[in-house]
Design a protein around this ligand. Sequence first.
Ligand SMILES: *C/C=C(C)/C=C/C=C(C)/C=C/C1=C(C)CCCC1(C)C
Length: 262
Amino acid sequence: MPELSIGEYSLVYNLFSFTFATMFASFIFFVLARMQLTPRYRMAMVMSAIVVAVAGYHYFRIFESWEAAYVLQDGVYVASGQPFNDAYRYVDWLLTVPLLVAELIAVMTLAKGSGWLTARLAGAAALMVILGYPGEIATDVSARALWGFLSTIPFVYIVYTLWTELGPAIERQPGTVKVLLRNTRLLLLATWGFYPIVYLLPIVGVTGSTALIAIQVGYCIADVAAKCGYGVMIYAIARAKMTANNESVMDSADTALMPTPA
Ligand SMILES: *C/C=C(C)/C=C/C=C(C)/C=C/C1=C(C)CCCC1(C)C
C-alpha cells in the first residue's frame, strides 16, 4: 500500500462513505417506488433494490477495510500492515452485474423469448467478471492484459446483443418509453465502459498512490451511476410505460375513497 497524504486518504474515505449512503438511500427509494408500479413492473424494482443492497453491504466492508489498512503517522497515512481487501468488488459485481442486465429486460415486459435473452446476457455478464478477476490480482502486467482481453469478449457480446437483439424491441415501444430505453442503454454502455478503463491504468503505467486513488474514485462514481442512476431510469421507464398503456396502481381501497359522481 503506497503512502498517502491526509487529503488523498480522506478523498477515498469520504467517497466510500458517500457511496455507501447513496446505495442505502437508493434501496429505500426502490422499495417504496415499487408500490407506485403495477405488478408486472415490480420485479424490475425488486432487482434494483437487491443490487443496491448487495453493493451497499460491500461498500460498508470496503470502507472498513480501508480504515484498517492505514494508520496516521507524522501527518501522513502509512500502511498498517493489514491488507486492503478489494476483492469485495468482484464478489459484488458477480452478483449485481447479471441483475442489472436482467432489470432492463424485465422492465420491457417482452411478450416472448425474454427468458433466454436474460439467461444469455446474465451468463455473459458473470463470465466477464470471472475472467477479469485473475488479471486484477495478477502481479505482472501481461497476465492482467491477457485476462482483461478475455473478459472483454463477453463484454462486447453484451453490448452487441443489446443493440442488435434488443434494438428492434426498443424501437417498437411508444415515444417517451423508447427515448428512455435508448438513454438507459447508453447509460449502461457509458458506465460499464468505465470499468475496463480503470482496469487498464496499471497496464498503461499509472502506479503507486495515483493509481490507487484513481481506481477507487473511478469505481465509486461508476457504481453510483451504474446501480443507483440506472435503477432510477428503470423506474422512469416503468412509469412511462404505465402512462402509455393507461395503467394505474389505484387499488380498491383508493377507489373506495373517491367521491362518487353525482
Ligand atoms: C455495479 C457494477 C458494475 C456495473 C460493474 C461492471 C463491470 C464491468 C463492466 C467490468 C468489465 C471488465 C472488462 C470488460 C475487462 C477488464 C476486466 C473488467 C472485469 C474490469
